[in-house]
Write a protein that binds this ligand. Sequence first.
Ligand SMILES: *Cc1c(COP(=O)(O)O)cnc(C)c1O
Length: 374
Amino acid sequence: MSGQIRTPYFLVDEKRLIQNLELLKKVEEEGPCRILLAQKAFSMFSVYPLIRKYLVGSTASGLYEARLGKEEFGGETHVFSPAYREDEFEELLTYADHLVFNSPSQLRKYSPRARALGKETGLRINPECSTQEGHAIYDPCAPGSRLGTTLEQFEEELLPLLDGLHFHTLCEQDSDDLETTAEVFEKKFGKYLYQMKWVNFGGGHHITRKDYDVERLLRIVRHFHETYGVTVYLEPGEAVVLNAGYLVTSVLETLYNGMDLAILDTSAACHMPDVLEMPYRPPLKNSGEPGEKSYTYRLGGPTCLAGDVIGDYSFDMPLKEGDRLVFEDMALYTMVKTNTFNGMPLPSIALRHVDGSKEVIRSFGYEDFKKRLS
Ligand SMILES: *Cc1c(COP(=O)(O)O)cnc(C)c1O
């Protein structure tokens, strides 16, 4: 690699990715269970062949992700959508082999066509068991949720249309919350599992986080597998690439307005929208909390949005134009969410190979901005 890669760019670290995948593989083998990549969190398809060595397939939220999974990932292609579209369904059936429906009416409408082609069909359950505080927009069990079928909405006449049941209620959670949810799910729907081929525990399992309780997860998986004779599926997104990617950026300018400010060549609004949506302050290499190190700066993007602020960080040395700053844990829910608001360029996508060499897989230009408009 000669010279430095132009910033901003996402850098996925193959070695870190493989560490995550090895743990997930262990869970698959020891469960036993089958693990799918949730493409919603991470769709960098150039590394799908690597991930495919460890995971059995991918899951999608609609036609495009299903097609990407079928074409680039291989293995099992699962799809869940809150509402399928009539004008896409025939094509979707050419990609997906497991389809999960959100409601009894969607199941009745679409599942006979899927089953006629030998596809497996399931229903997403809302176990009505909230286990997360803080992030209400990520709680599908909140009152008024449109996601999943409650016990009250469920009908036993649906059983002949079903190969499996699915729930997805967690977000960045440990296996104690899965246990709480699984117990409620089992109390309400366990009796139907004897007739099912599989149960899918969704995503939101922070399996590759250092302090995640993997043994408890394995106990829950084993319990369902042994009690009901079902195949257990997990479909994590975040956990696959947790701490396996960076966003490398440069300082464009520093200024002062009652406090030190720096403008970077990356934007929270365009390149890491979860920073504003969730919101959260992303980890930044070699930095401290505000005031912890000698020089504290508020870091912001080069867009005209006043709120395009990444956060306040402190450094050992004053920042200057051209300094490189490396945001951490930037593989998940970033590349899949970028946009070109304000004419912002999209960050390049690069890979650090196991041998340490860096490869730019893709870079973007003016045409990518223009193509989305008319
Ligand atoms: C978002 C989502 C996932 C993946 O969630 P993570 O939090 O990234 O693990 C899995 N399944 C469904 C149905 C989802 O909506």
